[in-house]
Design a binder for this molecule. Structure first.
Ligand SMILES: *Cc1c(COP(=O)(O)O)cnc(C)c1O
Length: 454
């Protein structure tokens, strides 16, 4: 963010580092005929986003306020990424046994881990409470399970309840968490729900947190801030009724939207923190600790999918670049292109930014269905066989979350730092490319005759 040029909105640091990394990845053979698609992660950019998140909240909280920024692991479930964030002062928000295992493998301690999920099993809850991981209960039935566990064994876990302030939807229905009928949390405006929540806290002195996550891609910041204010007002009401600061920490979730239209990182964390401080000043006066759970906004801008153009053809008069990146690495974009458009950058066979007039073309993936398009009728320099297409802003919810359509291998993921002199890049393998042998093995390859003897 420091390198954003306010006059043009361009973020030269980010695009320069990306161009250097693409060139170096091609030169060093990380992508090419042997590995026609790879994911690249900009370590410098990830560190900068972590630092700007921390600075944004430091700037608005009273001195001494405890703030835990927990990265939503589902956005980029890769152990070295979680480790990098941990070293940068960011914890982990997990929502499944797999995500918890990833956070633990990365060395994120229980005190910096938060468990949220709408379907926690009894075993998951028992493990979390034994480890001392913070838990947010989603609903009354889950709270009853926690009651039994808390009664049977002491726990250091801070425990809260997730509420849905029902503030309304953003522009992407499937991602809007705070609609009237959302599946998440206790719906605060439903009849009797608010009273139930207040009484639930009065009955349980060990309930010390309150959780809401009402933002997401497509949700305006003002709506997010209203959701946080609703949670804060409920906490104040509960604490008044309890006659003490029973709720000592508010978990305000994540959900900061990301700009997928240019390299500009907007809205930034400082803008959101400033809006929160203006909308909910009492949240920052030192009486409450804070937990945040940002995912997409920490990683999205720092990932690039780089794919070889295998063939360039024409159909019905439209040029089509057939690449190796499609639904397996950009699932949301392929199935819901209107909600999740991606920018595509063109590079030549040496990995240099491609020059030339913009030509409207389709950028297609390798999967066997006609809708497998990264971009349709997209204007960019004409891609030719042997060139590379790069899908930008794909560091969260894209290549880290492979979809095994057509048994396409999971691509390798490489972190990079760009050379300070404007040339070259160093790479570290975050996830090795999957092999075809591994696909056979995980597809029942060792039980070939399993169905013959039934
Ligand atoms: C997905 C999720 C997040 C992260 O959301 P982003 O939009 O990636 O910031 C945080 N908290 C909860 C409970 C979530 O489900």
């Amino acid at each position: 963010m420091a390198s954003t040029d306010a006059s043009t909105g361009s973020n030269t640091g980010l695009s320069t580092r990306r161009d250097q990394a693409v060139h170096a990845a091609v030169e060093q053979g990380l992508v090419g005929q042997a590995a026609p698609v790879a994911g690249l992660l900009d370590v410098t950019g990830i560190r900068a986003s972590a630092a700007s998140l921390r600075a944004a909240f430091d700037a608005v909280t009273a001195p001494g306020t405890e703030v835990l920024h927990a990265f939503a692991v589902k956005a980029t479930p890769l152990v070295p990424v979680l480790r990098l964030l941990h070293e940068a002062g960011i914890g982990a928000e997990v929502a499944s046994p797999g995500e918890l295992a990833l956070a633990r493998a990365a060395g994120v301690p229980p005190t910096r881990t938060v468990l949220d999920s709408p379907a926690k099993t009894g075993a998951e809850l028992r493990e979390a409470l034994a480890l001392g991981i913070a838990v947010n209960a989603d609903n009354p039935q889950e709270l009853a399970r926690i009651d039994a566990l808390v009664a049977s064994a002491p726990t250091r876990s801070p425990i809260g309840v997730r509420v849905n302030p029902q503030i309304g939807a953003g522009s992407i229905g499937a991602l809007s968490t705070a609609t009237a009928t959302s599946k998440f949390g206790v719906a605060l405006r439903d009849e009797g729900a608010r009273d139930w929540v207040v009484q639930a806290y009065l009955d349980r002195p060990w309930l010390t947190r309150l959780h809401t996550h009402s933002g997401s891609q497509g949700v305006p910041l003002e709506l997010m801030a209203q959701g946080v204010r609703a949670a804060y007002e409920l906490a104040e009401e509960i604490n008044r009724a309890a006659g003490r600061q029973q709720i000592d920490t508010l978990d305000i979730g994540g959900g900061l939207p990301v700009n997928f239209a240019s390299d500009e990182e907007t809205p930034d964390y400082a803008t959101y923190a400033g809006l929160l401080a203006a909308t909910v000043p009492g949240l920052f006066d030192g009486r409450y600790g804070l937990v945040t759970e940002f995912g997409r906004s920490l990683l999205a801008k720092h990932g690039t999918i780089l794919a070889l153009v295998e063939y360039a053809k024409e159909s019905g008069g439209r040029p089509i670049a057939v690449t190796h990146a499609g639904v397996q690495v950009a699932t949301r974009t392929v199935y819901a292109p209107a909600s999740w458009p991606l920018r595509i950058a063109a590079y030549d066979a040496k990995g240099r930014p491609k020059a030339g007039p913009d030509v409207a073309q389709d950028v297609a993936g390798p999967a066997c269905f006609s809708g497998d398009l990264l971009a349709e009728n997209h204007a960019l320099p004409l891609l030719e066989a042997g060139d590379y297409a790069a899908a930008l802003d794909t560091g969260a919810y894209y290549f880290a979350q492979h979809y095994s359509y057509n048994s396409l291998v999971r691509p390798g993921v490489y972190g990079f730092t760009a050379g300070a002199d404007g040339v070259g890049a160093r790479f570290a393998t975050v996830r090795a490319p999957q092999t075809v042998e591994e696909i056979v093995a995980e597809s029942g390859g060792d039980r070939r005759s399993a169905l013959l003897d039934l």
